[in-house]
Design a protein around this ligand. Structure first.
Ligand SMILES: NC(=O)c1ccc[n+]([C@@H]2O[C@H](COP(=O)([O-])OP(=O)(O)OC[C@H]3O[C@@H](n4cnc5c(N)ncnc54)[C@H](O)[C@@H]3O)[C@@H](O)[C@H]2O)c1
Length: 695
């Protein structure tokens, strides 16, 4: 059956777009729409046509299954379909509900009339993939909603509910009741109206247009400086206001083709697909049965436990929180309440929602209260002896089939599983801090973790609105294992000649959300110090981080102590470069026998990026990560790597692995270099030699 179903209702032909899940405008659907329009044109009994979407959408736009395939351009392409609609001798009415986005909205804009029900999400989100709407959206939308609203929608890519656009020419009618009935009645009413109205013929006369365009241009320059798509969206909308329609359309097409070739768009499209790929686990098919998760439990109400409990409550899943001390339990719950109240103050949730969510969180000090939970997440101190006690207790009380998860960052999940008689039910769920905010969830697959446990936690990550990425068991899993070398390079560059603020600035200018020294001051410098001290003890030959240690020896733990790699004014979070730190750095270099040299921003960025990619290659080779794009997702969603650079693996591909290996050779030859560190991972060396890439 065609993806565009053709039926008639009296004198009105109804073409139903039916390509689940969101009626993506794939080749078959496009062909079907054109065939339907031809049939309607040829049938003298038909006076008008209605285009309507089946199921959950009018249309979500391009069919992502066709992305990156020649089918996306095969005739009839979207431009052709829209031309056929626009040139139809009988009026075509778009009947819009639920989702009308991208190419779906462009198709609707090609129709002679549009009717909608309230609550439809209307958007041109192409900018989020580093593109612009390439099928007339930038030229037609301003003609019906005005230049200002069109700029807002096209430059942000964000959806607007249909009722907010009710007063504009985008919708000829906002309908109540049954959409199709209403649309057919509307079509009957306008069946004989001639000439047929076309959005392309609307004269766009807005004396304010130049001011709106100038404002948008400035704003884009400020917030998206290294990122071409938003600025080019503004150019295209400006053309709608200043040039004849067909000239504007040609300009839009040219810009689309140009943006398609930019590394930024390639990276954003990579990230879009990478996100979808994370849930594919080769030996755990998508139809693997999952276990129900209707009730949860969390052990420990500290920094992580509290945030994890909030995740469950936010998803409407009741969660019991266990602590050993009443005081810690009270403190944990008070922090959760404070967090919710803060969110309510910002207007993001209502005071009633605060209470509803608090009511889902049940404090306890008794293991017996957890027994019926479907999943329990342990978030107690990072100490194997404590974890052992907790898991032995859980093994006694949890019902058969309950999932036993650990939030450990560094400990061996297989060992933790061995404390129970049900290692198949044990899995790592590594949340990131703050757990109620950060999107990343590393799902750590133990040697014995059952497939349905993995499938259940993967599904749960979606319910909790997280990006779940599967990692094998190793020290630091994917993210923190790679971070080790990255931070090592940052410290090495400070010892060799840079100052912390210079490293932060170079990386932030390149697009990182926050430089490593600012992050460290925020998270607490004492965490790394604690780990280093343990390493020095276990391995007396380990490299000493003289400068970082000195910072901590002075009690400069970061924001919480008022100073760290920077200093902070009381009650402020703004990092201020501190001459004391400069003294510590210079003295540290001297003590290490290093002659300081000028280090360029390019060197800072490249050493950091390639250190990550090289360790990422090892992680891939060892099978810790399933695919290079999973490594990228970890860095995009958990570590603030610039999204428009696609992640460390994708960025290395963009540079070219041959060039990456050559750069690593140059870094190895620098004075004071750690030559072993810069040895390319075997996978990287092989791919570079074969002219291949990671992604
Ligand atoms: N803080 C982070 O950024 C972060 C990030 C990812 C993972 N983790 C991991 O999460 C876990 C918890 O870390 P945190 O930062 O929340 O620590 P935390 O010190 O803030 O909280 C730990 C809590 O566990 C409680 N606790 C200790 N022993 C217990 C027991 N036997 N039974 C019940 N409760 C007990 C403590 O009272 C405390 O409230 C650790 O394994 C840590 O490695 C931490």
């Amino acid at each position: 059956m065609s993806e565009a179903r053709y039926t008639t209702r009296g004198a009105v032909a109804v073409i139903t777009l039916d390509n689940p899940p969101v009626n993506g405008l794939g080749h078959e659907l496009r062909t079907g729409i054109v065939a339907g329009l031809d049939r309607a044109a040829a049938d003298p009994a038909v006076k008008a046509v209605v285009l309507v979407g089946a199921g959950k959408a009018f249309s979500g736009g391009a069919d992502i299954k066709e992305f990156n395939s020649p089918k996306v351009l095969a005739e009839p392409n979207l431009h052709t379909v829209i031309r056929v609609v626009e040139e139809s001798p009988k009026p075509v009415v778009a009947a819009i509900h639920a989702v009308c986005m991208g190419g779906g909205l462009e198709l609707a804009l090609g129709c002679h009339y549009r009717v909608a029900v309230a609550g439809a999400q209307v958007a041109l989100p192409e900018v989020k993939l580093g593109l612009l709407p390439g099928a007339g959206g930038t030229q037609r939308l301003p003609r019906v909603v005005g230049v200002e609203a069109a700029l807002n929608m096209i430059v942000s890519g964000n959806p607007v509910p249909s009722e907010k656009l009710g007063g504009t020419r985008l919708f000829d009618a906002l309908l109540e009741g049954d959409l199709l009935e209403g649309a057919v009645a509307f079509a009957e009413k306008v069946a004989d109206v001639r000439p047929l109205p076309r959005v392309r013929d609307v004269a766009l006369k807005d004396p304010q247009a130049p001011a709106f365009v100038a404002f948008a241009r400035n704003m884009v320059k400020a917030v998206a400086k290294d990122y071409p798509a938003p600025a080019r969206c503004v150019d295209a909308v400006e053309a709608a206001a200043t040039k004849p329609f067909d000239e504007g359309l040609a300009l839009e097409r040219g810009i689309f083709a140009e943006l398609l070739q930019t590394p930024e768009s390639r990276s954003l499209r990579h990230a879009f697909f990478a996100e979808r790929a994370t849930s594919k686990i080769p030996d755990v098919p998508e139809d693997t049965p999952t276990r129900p998760v209707k009730a949860a439990a969390v052990i420990g109400a500290g920094t992580m436990g509290g945030g994890i409990a909030m995740n469950f409550a936010n998803a409407g899943i009741p969660v019991t929180v266990l602590e050993v001390k009443a005081e810690a339990l009270e403190k944990g719950l008070a922090t959760i309440r404070k967090n919710y109240e803060g969110t309510a103050k910002k207007g993001k949730i209502t005071p009633q929602q605060v209470e509803e969510r608090m009511a889902l969180i049940r404090p306890t000090m008794e293991y017996a209260a957890l027994g019926q939970a479907d999943i329990v997440v342990e978030a107690v101190f990072e100490d194997m002896a404590v974890k052992e006690k907790v898991f032995r207790a859980l093994d006694e009380v949890m019902k058969p089939g309950a999932i036993l998860a650990t939030n450990t960052s560094t400990l061996d999940v297989n060992r933790i599983a061995s404390f129970t008689r049900r290692p198949q039910d044990v899995v790592g769920t590594h949340f990131f801090s703050p757990a109620n905010v950060m999107k990343l969830l590393e799902i750590v697959r133990g040697e014995k973790t059952a497939k349905d446990v993995l499938a259940t936690v993967m599904g749960l990550s979606k319910k909790l609105k997280k990006t779940g990425v599967v990692s094998g068991v190793c020290d630091g899993f994917i993210g923190n294992r790679m971070l080790h070398g990255y931070l090592g390079q940052c410290l090495a560059m400070v010892a060799e000649g840079a100052l912390p603020q210079q490293v932060d600035r170079a990386l932030e200018k390149w697009g990182w959300v926050m430089g490593p020294f600012r992050v460290s001051d925020l998270a607490g410098n004492d965490i790394g110090w604690y780990i280093r001290k343990r390493q020095y003890q276990e391995n007396p030959g380990a490299r000493r981080e003289i400068i970082a240690d000195r910072i901590c020896e002075l009690g400069r733990f970061g924001q919480k102590t008022g100073s760290g790699w920077y200093r902070y004014e009381k009650g402020q979070r703004e990092p201020i470069p501190d001459p004391v730190v400069e003294e510590i750095v210079l003295a540290g270099s001297k003590e290490m026998g290093i002659t300081r040299r000028k280090i360029s921003s390019e060197e800072i960025v490249a050493r950091c990026a390639f250190a990550l990619a090289n360790e990422g290659a090892r992680i891939l080779e060892e099978g810790i990560a399933l695919r290079a794009s999973d490594v990228d997702m970890v860095y995009l969603t958990g570590y603030g790597f610039p999204v428009f650079r696609g992640g460390p693996m994708r960025y290395a591909d963009e540079v070219g692995l041959y060039n990456v290996v050559r750069a690593m050779g140059r870094f190895a030859a620098l004075p004071n270099a750690d030559k072993a560190f810069w040895k390319p991972a075997p996978l990287l060396a092989r791919l570079a030699a074969e002219g291949k890439s990671f992604t």
